[in-house]
Design a protein around this ligand. Sequence first.
Ligand code: GCO
Length: 250
Amino acid sequence: MHSLFDLSGRHALLTGASRGLGLAMARGLASAGAHVTINGRDEASLAKAVEGLRAEGYRADGVVCDITRAVDVGAKLSAIAPIDILVNNAGIQIRAPFVEHSVETWQLMFETHVMGAVLPSRIVIPGMISRGGGKIINICSLMSELGRKTIVPYTTMKGALKMLTRGLATELGQHNIQVNGIGPGYFATEMNSALLNDPQFDAFVKNRTPAARWAQPDELAGAAIFLASQASNFVNGQVLYVDGGILASL
Ligand code: GCO
């Protein structure tokens, strides 16, 4: 591992990382030398994910907490400090026409995507400041830039995450804390299983994506390693889109 990308001696916390993109990024950061702590709400699936990472020879542990509950987050994340790298990944997707989304859905999406990034950040940032630096990576989305029918709540929250990234970058840069985002394109994950199994949507993604395919979760690891490492020490407030070229094309 080139020293610029070496994460040895760093402790990374990834939220919503029992599966999918979060777990793939955790594996990537661990492969670069980081001690990874993955968060999830379900103890059994989290334990299985930790076991898998350890079986691959990585230093990994888990913290069970609902990142939408401030008291839970405060208690659990304070206990695992210090955190050098925070990946705010937790997210959910609910698809329906705007007029059918309930107020409760809007509240759940806000609590999960936005407060689910704000609460962990509030806990880890003071320590990063006192130690002279750190890395925060917010998992945004293509939908931080574009809309798509049936996912207006998700799109709204992913747009908010892009601006949270820019706001925190502006405020924390003076403390040598770099805050950036990663914007995945269409990845073959459990959250997208309904889309993957829809022949029409599958064809849409392959036609709309210059790479002409879905991405695999492990293809997000490189961007996470870059933004978690000293290779990105002068990169701040950016969203790195890992989208096979969708945003570059019409
Ligand atoms: C959808 C998908 C997308 C992607 C991803 C793109 O319903 O269109 O869930 O939101 O998963 O977020 O960046």
